[in-house]
Design a protein around this ligand. Sequence first.
Ligand SMILES: [Zn+2]
Length: 204
Amino acid sequence: MNPKIPAPLSDLAAQLGKLPGMGPKSAMRIVMTLLAWPEERTRQLGQSISELRDRLHICSRCGGLATSEVCAVCADPERTQETLCLVADWDSMMTLDSGGFYRGQYLILGGLLNPLEHRDSSSLHIGRLERRLQEGVVKELIFALGATVEADNTAVYLSDLMRAKYPAIGVSRLAQGIPLGGEVKHMDAETLRQSLKYRQRFSG
Ligand SMILES: [Zn+2]
């Protein structure tokens, strides 16, 4: 940083510059914008940033972000308690839920198994999943972990584990294969292999 720039400006620009997609130039542009704003507005932004962690809780049911002990999704009495959808992270839960077509429960695993990044089963919230299944209410566990090698390995590992411990609970996964609007000739071999493996009966 240029030593002629006063420290309060260069310090803030240096911190903003650590945000994803933000270079030193755009960071400084934001600092200048904040200075040009009415003082109250700039202070409010600062307050929101400093309160971010204080005002957020981890939902005791699903492990998602919430403003109270139980999040709005888990607290919704209209949703069925019998299906539990397992997702890798909170973003996935929000994306799935924004469609409004799934009206069951969620549980956030906190990542996927990945030996190359040294993420083993101890890094996942398996205890949270077990506590939930032990309640005896869930009848179906849906794996919605994605279509990567890591997602596949995690789903296989967990479904074996859960099937052995809770044989009465049905285990399913999101369908994998050709996306809506996709043509067979444009698909890669792996997508076609999965599509064939998880083919479904034509019910018309
Ligand atoms: Zn929740």
